[in-house]
Ligand binder design. Sequence first.
Ligand code: NAD
Length: 242
Amino acid sequence: SGDLGGKTALVTAAGQGIGRASALAYKAAGASVIATDINAEALETLASEGIATHVLDVRSDQSVRDVIAAVGPVDILFNCAGVVHAGTVLDVKDEELDFAWDLNVRSMVRTARAVLPGMLARGGGAIVNMASVASSVKGVPNRFAYTVTKAAVIGLTKSIAADYVAQGIRCNAICPGTVESPSLQERMRAGGDYDAARAAFIARQPMGRLGTPEEIAALAVHLAGATYTTGQAYVIDGGWTG
Ligand code: NAD
């Protein structure tokens, strides 16, 4: 039942935030879902929702290979894992830039390499990659490592889409504005003035509110089933860049 009935969907960073909401939304759309995260504890509540869970560190080739081998071919891959670093080009430490590159971009190379052979053998598949409006869409102050790596996610998305369009593989990216999530809560607390930080995030969203994980999850479900769409970066940002 549902638009994604009979499909298998693997979600990375499904322990909380947008990834968690997306695992639940894929399930509600009829898919059989494999929710993965580096944090085993965060996955526990999904197991009780009838969702298969696996600990998967997207920064590890071995971990990605092992989990894909264990679960078998997937029809839908949602690469949701990503990290935000603050700072300008002058502030950012090389280690932070390398870490952001590895977690935000190389992770998607790892998972794509792991799932594509199975998708090609089965004649189709959909990959959805988490980018951001902070990317090639828009320069956002004080987000150098993040903006650089999320722009690369859009390039990676278009490249995979172009290479495999004739073999039934689609690859699209999601570019949210600011979305309520546990890590956003941490970023708002980090500066010491939570209310001011929250007000500043809301002020740049013309709709006057932050997005919800469920709103982004609905787009992740749509793109998994959008059979005439590939190579696109979908902005979902409360009117920020509109
Ligand atoms: P979040 O940041 O609160 O949670 C991230 C999850 O990733 C956690 O469950 C964590 O355990 C997991 N994780 C961290 N390292 C991992 C690893 N090596 N392997 C596997 N999992 C790992 O969630 P969020 O804020 O919803 O963000 C999810 C994605 O959406 C990220 O790619 C983020 O950049 C992107 N995004 C978020 C916003 C926002 O405002 N929240 C906006 C645009 C884009």
